[in-house]
Design a protein around this ligand. Structure first.
Ligand SMILES: [Zn+2]
Length: 274
């Protein structure tokens, strides 16, 4: 599943490809991808729409249209966009096809069909799932004050809180585990028991792991021209603790442990993380 830094790279690739393009027609081939709208209405609302920009809120990709409408896409597990020329045949699982005015087609493929699209009309009144998201982690809205306050209000284990996108946005399983390691804080510690200096350290670690991941380029193969490639096959990447069970800690040499929290694996060093 792509995490926020990967979605950021998808957004950048899409932005340079489709900004300024007009959608000639939009074909919704699999209804469940856009459950709130009929197939004809989907086309009607997007037909002849000029794409003025592509952005992101959390892991929701936002296509801004000249009409003021916004088309959102969540990739979920296996969703991906592919850009095709007119003579290329459709890749497998091509559930939505956008015919663009430069004779290219932007195709949304999704093997597992969990990806979702939605159109909303008023950018000032986005759907609830977007409204409830916490501030963007790398923006000025995500302040140290906000983070400290959020921690003080929760008795949940830190790892759980960090994965709750309505509290702290942008950390999936990998980056939550890495941020806690970087800050030297135990994943099972209750959020409201963390001292202020240590909470500040964690705040910085969150921003650092996300920024580092964006700067390093994507860990996933994002090539919009490759119909067979996938966003969810990870390329080789060095993680500090993630998937390092039994390996020596890079700081102290003690073996990295794995536990399960909320059904997901947590990797940590018992000596370095307290
Ligand atoms: Zn260690």
């Amino acid at each position: 599943m792509p995490e926020l830094p990967e979605v950021e790279h998808v957004v950048r690739a899409l932005s340079s490809l489709v900004t300024g393009r007009r959608i000639i027609a939009a074909e919704l081939n699999l209804k469940r991808i856009a459950p709130g709208i009929s197939r004809p209405a989907f086309n009607r609302q997007l037909q002849n729409a000029l794409i003025t920009g592509v952005g992101r809120r959390g892991k929701y990709i936002l296509f801004q249209l000249e009409s003021g409408h916004v088309l959102t896409t969540h990739l979920r597990m296996t969703g991906k966009f592919v850009s095709l020329t007119t003579d290329e045949s459709l890749p497998p699982y091509a559930h939505v096809v956008f015919y663009l005015d430069d004779e290219r087609r932007l195709v949304f493929c999704d093997m597992r069909q969990f990806g979702r699209m939605q159109i909303f009309k008023d950018p000032l009144r986005p759907p609830k799932e977007l409204q409830t998201l916490a501030p963007e982690p790398l923006s000025d809205d995500f302040t140290e004050e906000y983070f400290l306050d959020t921690l003080s209000r929760s008795r949940r284990p830190l790892k759980h809180l960090l994965l709750d996108q309505t509290r702290v946005l942008g950390l999936g399983n990998i980056y939550a585990v890495e941020a806690l390691f970087l800050a030297g804080i135990s994943p099972v510690k209750a959020a409201n028991t963390l001292s202020k200096p240590r909470a500040r350290k964690l705040y910085q670690a969150i921003r650092d792991v996300l920024q580092e991941a964006i700067d390093a380029g994507s860990t996933l193969r994002i090539d919009l021209a490759d119909g067979n490639g996938s966003y969810f096959e990870r390329s080789e990447r060095f993680w500090r603790v993630y998937e390092c069970e039994g390996e020596p800690c890079v700081k102290c040499g003690m073996r990295i442990r794995r536990i399960v929290q909320g059904g997901r694996s947590t990797y940590f060093c018992r000596r370095c993380q307290r």
